[in-house]
Design a protein around this ligand. Structure first.
Ligand code: MN
Length: 456
């Protein structure tokens, strides 16, 4: 039996081969990690192996590139990635179980202390040190439904965390337990294969265990153990596993910087009491820097897949979907499509809004416009968009709590759709972007000058 094959260490070996991992060996303060990681936001994953006063290496920017995620999930195109993600969330895959003793050969058991984990504070006004990559797995006391989701957790004490829970699946399970008069046992996983994080960040309907979605994404590669005290099943390939209980006790949580580079407010949230902490040999602590590209990509990927799927039902072809970085990877989408009739751009806008309720603005462009290039999107708006004809404005729809300009209490926001596809009512040629076909010599000169510029 091969255990540990999906371990993060193995993923890092792969990344190293591809020059997609850089190890920072010089001593850094934990407080510098946010700045360094964000300045190198689009680069390789970063492993800080010598963080002052911390015994465990800290990993950031693990999931900050689509190409990297695609490779780790064995897909060759974005389309395949979306399809795989949607299929996995519709047909999760049961995992093979191993017993705790054979799984735990890589784990050391610790009793109830978080002090060995290098939890740190990301931004100056954050309420304190936060765990940001923790996948919280819980089981509903009534129906035994297992759920996994990512939550931010504020370190309160060496055996206590405050957890931010929005009213979704974990909240529902937690309320069931509290109504029955007991705490909710949870397992918190830190440091996993990126596919497990992508699955935990997805939101299939209640009743679907996101860890089995992860197993489908990894084509059955995960092994599971059932934790004896709680009966919760978790993948064995985890760097750090925390067992605890969400209690009815509450504590203040926040401020904390969220997706939009803005401090989220302070709220009373439930307290987790930690019972056991398991740490694997040579464990690595994965820190998702809030508002980093990694954070945005993990949050947005499944939503992009949903938008892609909805839009492709109403237009002949969807080229690319991007939840944009400027909007936290959450509020705005750029979508490039092939249209076959005049109204397709508008239908694409409606389909996108229906797929992702937090969406605030959508820009739809033709396939000749690269949605990863802001200049090109703006060019399409400048040359193909007429507000009186192409603007869709929806007032007071449901939106996101993250947008400070919206009515955050009632989750109300206005939405705009911009149809920047070219109209069929004018000749196609007037919208065409000029193309240059360079000579061999021209290509060579440009290449040389650019290389020279780089090496300067
Ligand atoms: Mn769920």
């Amino acid at each position: 039996m091969v255990l540990g094959i999906m371990r993060l260490l193995w993923v890092l070996e792969e990344l190293k081969k591809d020059k997609e991992l850089v190890e920072i060996e010089e001593e850094v303060e934990a407080e510098d990690i946010t700045y360094i990681s964000r300045e190198l936001d689009e680069g390789p994953a970063l492993l800080f192996s010598n963080v002052k006063g911390r015994r465990m290496p800290i990993l950031t920017n693990l999931c900050n590139k689509r190409e990297r995620l695609m490779k780790l999930m064995h897909v060759r195109s974005e389309e395949e990635l979306y399809e795989k993600l949607l299929r996995a969330s519709e047909s999760p895959r049961k995992g093979e179980y191993v017993d705790l003793t054979s799984a735990s050969f890589t784990w050391r058991k610790r009793e109830g202390s978080l002090s060995d984990i290098p939890v740190f504070k990301y931004y100056p006004r954050d309420a304190g040190p936060y765990i940001t990559s923790g996948i919280v797995v819980a089981k509903s006391p009534r129906k035994g439904i297992q759920n996994a989701s990512i939550h931010r957790m504020l370190l309160l004490d060496e055996d206590k965390l405050a957890i931010r829970i929005v009213p979704r699946h974990l909240w529902r399970i937690y309320r069931e337990a509290i109504e029955e008069g007991h705490d909710l046992p949870v397992a918190i996983l830190i440091g996993v294969h990126p596919a497990i994080l992508v699955a935990a960040a997805s939101s299939p309907p209640y009743g679907i265990d996101e860890m089995l979605v992860a197993n489908a994404l990894l084509e059955g590669g995960l092994k599971f153990v059932k934790l004896p005290e709680s009966g919760i099943s978790v993948p064995t390939d985890v760097e750090i596993l925390i067992e605890g209980r969400i209690t009815k006790e509450e504590s203040y949580e926040g401020p904390f910087v969220d997706l939009l580079d803005i401090y989220d407010i302070r709220r009373k949230q439930p307290v987790i009491v930690v019972d056991r902490v398991w740490i694997s040999k040579n464990a690595i602590y994965h820190a998702i820097v809030p508002a980093s590209t990694e954070h945005k990509l993990l949050m947005g990927l499944y939503r992009e897949a949903l938008i892609w799927d909805n839009v492709r039902n109403v237009v002949p072809k969807v080229h690319k979907v991007r939840l944009t970085r400027g909007s936290g990877g959450w509020l705005h989408a750029f979508i490039s499509i092939e249209k076959s009739s005049e109204g397709d751009g508008k239908n694409a806008i409606m389909a996108a809004f229906a797929a992702h309720p937090s969406l605030k603005a959508v820009v739809v462009v033709d396939g000749d416009v690269d949605v990863d290039d802001l200049d090109q999107v703006e060019w399409a708006i400048a040359t193909r968009f007429q507000p009186s004809r192409d603007l869709v404005l929806i007032k007071c729809a449901r939106g996101s709590s993250l947008d400070p300009s919206a009515d955050q209490d009632n989750l109300l926001t206005d939405k705009i759709g911009i149809d920047a596809t070219r109209t069929f009512l004018k000749p196609a040629s007037i919208f065409e972007r000029v193309k240059i076909s360079p000579s061999e010599r021209g290509l060579m000169i440009v290449r040389r000058l650019k290389e020279g510029h780089v090496s300067e």
